[in-house]
Design a protein around this ligand. Sequence first.
Ligand SMILES: CC(C)(COP(=O)(O)OP(=O)(O)OC[C@H]1O[C@@H](n2cnc3c(N)ncnc32)[C@H](O)[C@@H]1OP(=O)(O)O)[C@@H](O)C(=O)NCCC(=O)NCCS
Ligand SMILES: CC(=O)OP(=O)(O)O
Length: 322
Amino acid sequence: MDLFESLKNKINGKNLTIVFPEGEEPRILGAAVRLLKEKILSPILIGDVAEITKVAADKSFDISGIKIVDPKKYAEFDTMIEKFVEHRKGKNTKEQAEKMLLDNNYFGTMLVYLDKADGMVSGAIHSTGDTVRPALQIVKTAPGNSRISGSFIMQKGDERYMFADCAININPNAQELAEIAIQTAEDAKLFDIDPKVAMLSFSTKGSAKSDDVTKVAEATKIANELAPDLPLDGELQFDAAFVPSVGAQKAPGSKVAGHANVFVFPELQSANIGYKIAQRFGGFEAIGPILQGLAKPISDLSRGCNEEDVYKSAILTAALAL
Ligand SMILES: CC(C)(COP(=O)(O)OP(=O)(O)OC[C@H]1O[C@@H](n2cnc3c(N)ncnc32)[C@H](O)[C@@H]1OP(=O)(O)O)[C@@H](O)C(=O)NCCC(=O)NCCS
Ligand SMILES: CC(=O)OP(=O)(O)O
């Protein structure tokens, strides 16, 4: 079954709420209208009511039935400030909190933290840093995770893969890279992928020597110790990881080489560039970034997203809330 049909079946009838801090953005509005009309979930739009109404009218969107919350007029704003200051344990003053919570991403994240929404989708007009920083500061990591990372589902026809970390950790060390690999393998299972994890490099099994290669080899060792039953191998070049004949030639005997479906990049530059090349040259649909290791589901978007990407990200985020 199509991944999104299966995710919709999972969330159907659960009346989950997803908050969209970019309520005035047409791609967000269009997706929210569709999600409500198809009775998939209840969207909450954050923004100025008059502005959202105007954008909806311009685009002929029927927004009746969609809840809109304006932080400036939110009846429980003072309580939210108090809870934020208490939760931040001295890291932010009351004055700072008031200013921060007038930012739609902080406000939306607090709604999720306070269980007033099941999840959040943002990032169509905000950078990843501005979208995820509130989540890192407020929602924080789920038990058993020391880092938050960002993966993409890459799919085209019957092909479905995971790429990580394409969004958060700029230059993870070996321990962090091992954790990213294990998080991504766990998420892969949620999206009906039986994970075979390749730890990517420009070297395969010692074919090149450098500190960068050593980091990936060490991460492979750590991940294999942490998750001995997970098929995971490295360091592998992309061709050795993906093409069976090249995998057999460059990494004979590997359980993963030539058959990998979860690709862990050594650092953020190659990961972010790599997913965008697969998306824009390769014609793969890129769904994400999915934030992994967070205590509650909050999803970022690429600013290059379209309405369909927002719609799918919301469904996926709602499914992660279950
Ligand atoms: C994610 C990012 C914005 C965080 O940077 P930052 O805001 O400077 O982070 P800081 O070091 O100031 O930390 C802010 C908070 O987040 C937490 N944090 C930062 N990175 C984290 C991570 N990977 N996992 C968990 N928590 C993290 C810190 O512990 C800190 O919490 P505290 O305020 O309670 O002490 C930064 O790593 C970044 O810019 N990454 C790249 C984003 C990007 O451009 N991606 C490409 C497009 S998708
Ligand atoms: C994930 C990502 O690259 O986001 P953006 O395109 O908004 O920078």
